[in-house]
Design a protein around this ligand. Structure first.
Ligand code: 4AD
Ligand code: MG
Length: 433
């Protein structure tokens, strides 16, 4: 069969081929006295294939051995057929078995834990296939967005000598006879990079020892960050809004089929792709919570997930919340000059319960203030001497933010657990396969 030209299922259908040569895996199979039905799966789609005993006894008998996930090559005639699951059918006239699969450990109605134990096999599922294709679009869109707008890609080390987002979630790694930490953020190094390259971005693995077992936290995730010299808070919030709309537009352009497989509401995504996203202050967010939702959130408290969800529900589109209380923010988020109790920072909250998808801020230029705050967090400020140098040699206002890539994928796909937004999730309770 080696001289045959193979296509994917999707190519065969879109090219309107009559004679097709396909290869893939048995997604479903059913046998009767006269026919063997295989639903064949490849990277592009699924298609029903019919093997008639009356046509070839030899092929019909070969097909009797096929099990779920067996790998095959087959040839036949492609026909439109309303009754078939995807509207087409292949009448098979040649079949080559590549491997007969052992009984597949995943059958219908499995517990989520079994699916995560068998993640290496479960990524073949139609649902994961669709999510991974959307992930591919999201990642590509982020690179495209920043490159189109003149940002340079800039890499930071993954092994870092100190924290940026709080010591409590650091992963410590043995480093020869010393120790280092896995990156919690690209940001501090990006703040060095802007003095060379101006506007920069990156997408990279990010590590947080999150003790929370929520459906929105991974211990290893991908963050897409930007940092820009001269930019202020009101500018980066607009960049973030444009970026998110751009990502959604790209997914709508490239992944309608996958969104349908996931039964995602496409109209709502179309709304997110076009809508204006409001910007409000933390203080206004509290007013909405306390007046419209009868909650009782005092000034100074960080917003919890349920509060973030209400704010986004109120607006029905992503909303940017700025000026959180300085006290509860990271050491590098600067106090506002008008009201030092408020920090020049923001989060973007996604609707439908997805909450924080982006976090960012202007960067403090006040070395003494940052040193004090680091000390208060139990850090040795001298570990950050190189970082403070950036304030000593041509300091300029600058700002940046980070997008949680899996948070965005999760929201776009409309799935309820962040673990399904990444091929092999890592959480407090899951480190294998
Ligand atoms: O809000 P965070 O912690 O911000 C930073 O790390 C900044 N240094 C970014 C910057 O300004 N360059 O994280 C940014 C985003 C969050 O909004 C969230 O979407 C995502 O990263 N994120 C997580 N996603 C999955 N699992 C986790 N444990 C996450 N922690 C943060
Ligand atoms: Mg945050």
């Amino acid at each position: 069969m080696s001289d045959k030209k193979y296509t994917t299922i999707e190519e065969a259908i879109s090219q309107g081929l009559e004679k097709v040569n396909l290869r893939g895996w048995v997604y479903r199979e059913r046998k009767s006295n006269k026919f063997a039905f295989i639903v064949l799966r490849d990277e592009s789609d699924i298609i029903q294939c019919v093997i008639a005993k009356a046509k070839s006894l030899e092929i019909f008998e070969k097909a009797q051995d096929l099990t779920i996930e067996s790998s095959v090559k087959l040839s036949g005639v492609l026909k439109k057929d309303e009754r078939a699951p995807t509207g087409y059918e292949v009448r098979v006239d040649d079949l080559e078995i590549v491997q007969i699969a052992e009984p597949f450990p995943i059958t219908e109605h499995q517990s989520p834990e079994l699916l995560y134990d068998n993640r290496h096999l479960w990524i073949r599922s139609r649902q994961l296939n669709a999510i991974l294709k959307i992930r591919h679009t999201v990642v590509g869109a982020i690179h495209e967005f920043f490159r189109k707008h003149g940002y340079y890609e800039f890499d930071a080390p993954i092994f870092q000598p100190s924290m940026s987002e709080g010591g409590a979630t650091l992963f410590q790694v043995k480093y020869f006879d010393d120790k280092v930490y896995l990156s919690q953020s690209w940001q501090l190094y990006a703040e060095a990079g802007i003095f060379s390259l101006g506007k920069i971005y990156n997408m990279g693995p990010t590590f947080r020892a999150e003790k929370s077992k929520t459906s929105r936290h991974l211990s290893e995730f991908w963050m897409a960050e930007m940092e820009a010299a001269w930019m202020r808070l009101d500018e980066i919030t607009e960049v973030a809004k444009d970026e998110i709309r751009f990502i959604i537009k790209k997914v709508l352009e490239c992944n309608k089929k996958e969104l349908e497989i996931l039964e995602r509401d496409i109209q709502i995504l179309e709304k997110y792709a076009e809508a204006k996203y409001p910007t409000i202050k933390y203080a206004e967010a509290l007013e909405i919570l306390n007046k419209k939702y009868n909650m009782d959130v005092p000034w100074g408290k960080d917003l919890r997930t349920i509060e973030e969800a209400k704010i986004a529900e109120y607006f029905q589109v992503p909303v940017v919340v700025t000026h959180y209380p300085t006290e509860i923010m990271g050491f590098y988020k600067p106090p506002s000059e008008d009201n030092p109790k408020e920090a020049l920072c923001f989060d973007m909250l996604a609707p439908e319960g997805y909450c924080e998808i982006v976090g960012g801020s202007e960067r403090s230029l006040l070395v003494d203030n940052m040193m004090k705050r680091l000390e208060a967090e139990g850090e040795d400020p001298h570990t950050y001497d190189w970082y403070f140098d950036l304030r000593r040699y041509g300091s300029v206002p600058h700002s940046g933010y980070g997008v949680g890539v899996e948070r965005v994928i999760m929201w776009i796909c409309g799935i309820d657990n962040i673990k399904d937004a990444i091929p092999f999730p890592r959480t407090m309770l899951r480190k294998a396969p």
